[in-house]
Ligand binder design. Structure first.
Ligand code: PMP
Length: 460
């Protein structure tokens, strides 16, 4: 039982360093510095083992949409664990939480996205999608349509399949990725890659790479295109306004499926229930996870357009499933989370109040001398750090100044993440005006300190 821990911070760090391998971490570096130990959280505030309060500008990993400490979710989990802690939905069996959650998702998903296949998170949901789209075309008598097009610097998860879909070069460099029949096109990141083009021209040019890729590979070979409505882990890359309409046109005209990875953008993050609504995208499949349960339980899934689900249905048995697909406790918690989002009108509140307030404050950070661009979509934002604002120039050693600034944020009691030299936020949707003021104040202070350090160390 580890709630009120009897171990000191030093003891926890030593045991952690000895036995715990952390995701996306340099173990040697962490061993030298000692991991930060988070012990509890409430609202948007984390508390560490030394009693420090830290404003969580990332909602954990973009997931704690309703904030920490909601008792209702704990109560539902407790009741569900007593009544039916586990049962599967294989072999012609179901249970009430799976049924009710599927129906609820069909209700809130836009258009004819009516059918859900559950996973435990976003990676395995995207693995499902790889198998699903290939099985879909095979069931239609077109087994050669197996290539999936995705984007460089996109993120779709960390399993072999989903990391192959993703376009993260450092991930591909380990473990022999990507798997065959996945092709990556360039991302719509105007600030870094737009050159002399206007954002509108650049958005069109990048979208047309999809058409070029389909022509090059052959439409008879392409199964699907997958993308995040707004790239999250890549650095909150908000596409130019011309991008999604052009992608949608290409997908309409060509015989390929469109998968919107809504793992971050779903459940209110962009000010609508789904990023696809914000960008007027009509995907055939949406990947969901994170905000679906606000991270209180691990759950994810794929929501399918009715007509796609029908082809899968007619294709006989789909030989795919996870032990924890539609886990009853996770499903019950997700349902309660969605009830809270709906009844407390949290998504509406984001659209009408919190996101515009945050945007106004966030854009003020563009006045900082080290910030080249402050961009934001709903409740996810990024700052591009640069030594030369006018030239949109990158720093010589990518990521060094970003890391320095992130360290200053931590020291000042704010969690902001750095992606290279971008600083990013994605706070709980329930953050208040006062907390937004505090977040922006701490961000400015940390930028000042990061810049001072960068100058002292000759990185600026
Ligand atoms: N897709 C996107 C867009 C994500 O941001 C993530 C996680 N950051 C994933 C998929 C993978 O989800 P998980 O970590 O739950 O497997």
């Amino acid at each position: 039982m580890s709630l009120d821990n009897h171990l000191t911070t030093q003891e926890l760090r030593a045991l952690d360093a000895a036995h715990h391998i952390h995701p996306f971490s340099d173990t040697a570096e962490m061993r030298a510095k000692g991991a930060r130990v988070i012990t509890r959280a409430d609202g948007v505030w984390l508390q560490d083992s030394e009693g420090n309060r830290i404003l969580d500008g990332m909602a954990g990993l973009w997931c704690v949409n309703i904030g920490y400490g909601r008792r209702e979710l704990a109560d539902v989990a407790y009741r569900q664990m007593q009544q039916l802690p586990f049962y599967n939905t294989f072999f012609m069996t179901t249970h009430p939480p799976a049924v009710e959650l599927s129906a609820k998702l069909a209700e809130i998903a836009p258009g004819d996205k009516n059918r859900v296949f559950f996973a435990s998170g976003g990676s395995d949901a995207n693995d499902t999608n790889i198998r699903l789209v290939r099985h879909y075309w095979a069931a239609l008598g077109k087994p050669d349509k197996s290539v999936i097009i995705s984007r460089k610097n996109g993120y779709h998860g960390s399993s072999v399949g989903s990391a192959s879909l993703g376009g993260m070069a450092p991930m591909h460099a380990q473990g022999g990725l990507p798997i065959p029949d996945i092709t990556h096109i360039d991302q719509p990141h105007w600030w870094a890659e737009g050159g002399d083009l206007s954002p509108e021209e650049f958005g069109l040019a990048r979208a047309r790479q999809l058409e070029e890729a389909i022509d090059r590979i052959g439409e008879h070979r392409v199964a699907a295109f997958i993308a995040e409505p707004v790239q999250g882990a890549g650095g909150v890359i908000i596409p130019p306004e011309t991008y999604w309409p052009e992608i949608s046109r290409i997908c309409r005209e060509r015989e390929i499926l469109l998968i919107a990875d809504e793992v971050i953008t779903g459940f209110g993050r962009t000010g609508r229930w789904f990023g696809s609504e914000t960008y007027d995208i009509d995907p055939d499949i949406m990947t969901i996870a994170k905000g679906m349960s606000s991270g209180y339980q691990p759950i994810g899934g794929s929501i399918l357009r009715e007509s796609v689900a029908q082809v899968i249905e007619e294709g006989g048995e789909f030989n795919h499933g996870y032990t924890y697909s539609s886990h009853p406790v996770a499903a019950a918690v997700a349902l309660e989370n969605i009830r809270i989002l709906q009844e407390e009108k949290i998504v509406e509140q984001v659209a009408e109040d919190t996101a515009p307030y945050l945007a106004a404050k966030w854009h003020m950070l563009a006045d900082h001398p080290m910030v080249g661009q402050a961009r934001i979509c709903g409740m996810m934002g990024a700052l591009e750090l640069t030594p030369d604002v006018a030239a949109r120039a990158p720093f010589a050693n990518t990521g060094t100044v970003g890391l320095m600034t992130r360290e200053r944020c931590f020291a000042n009691g704010l969690v902001m993440r750095h992606v290279g030299d971008k600083m990013i936020i994605s706070p709980p949707l329930t953050i208040s005006h006062t907390e937004i003021d505090r977040l922006v104040e701490l961000a400015w202070q940390s930028l000042d300190e990061g810049m001072a350090q960068a100058k002292a160390e000759g990185a600026f």
